[in-house]
Design a protein around this ligand. Sequence first.
Ligand SMILES: CC(C)(COP(=O)(O)OP(=O)(O)OC[C@H]1O[C@@H](n2cnc3c(N)ncnc32)[C@H](O)[C@@H]1OP(=O)(O)O)[C@@H](O)C(=O)NCCC(=O)NCCS
Length: 199
Amino acid sequence: MILPDGYSDIPAGKIAAIVTHLEMTERLAIRSDPPGANAWTLRKVAHPTTDWFRELYSRIGAEWMWYARLKLPDAELAAKIQSPGVDIHALMQNGRDEGLLELDFRQAGACEIGMFGVTAHLVGTGAGRFLMNRALELAWSRDVQRVWLHTCSFDHPSALSFYQRSGFRPFRRQIVVGDDPRLDGTAPRDVAKHVPVIE
Ligand SMILES: CC(C)(COP(=O)(O)OP(=O)(O)OC[C@H]1O[C@@H](n2cnc3c(N)ncnc32)[C@H](O)[C@@H]1OP(=O)(O)O)[C@@H](O)C(=O)NCCC(=O)NCCS
């Protein structure tokens, strides 16, 4: 169904975001690593457990309304993150995991960056650029013709311009509607103040 022009009501208790899909269909030169990049390393997580994944996912994403993976039953989440076609990496600083990168190669010829972000104290420090540079090197080192991702209007406000500066081109826009995760205990009540609770 195509939404009508003009305003559309979202029922109380629901949230709505605009999703932008972006893609890169050729390997481009990566941007310069930021100064201080030697503070970070990328660690391939060979056997990501659901507990490990959910902890880092929440630490990065709670403020940005990342909750879809929290709602997935354990077996479904494990099947995804432990799939042979999915690579999970952590960005480390001072021996601690502070960033998350998921590269999904399950579709032939393509790589979806399914998860991308760093914890709050690393935002704006260059860690995101470091992580994107490594993501693109890893993605294009495989036999792919397309690297793509999506971001939504709940994500950090820099994300969309950051991805475009990285060489991704927007190609699709959607609206996603769902239950507010702060009303059913999936997420803490006081997170993501930029999306106020309406009940
Ligand atoms: C989205 C996100 C990755 C954007 O990253 P960011 O923190 O704004 O970006 P960075 O600080 O790493 O880099 C931004 C720019 O500043 C530059 N920079 C950062 N620190 C610098 C420094 N000390 N000196 C010089 N340049 C610096 C980087 O090199 C980069 O330049 P470029 O984009 O021109 O190449 C990050 O905000 C994030 O992870 N947010 C939380 C989770 C999220 O919303 N993820 C998106 C989900 S789709």
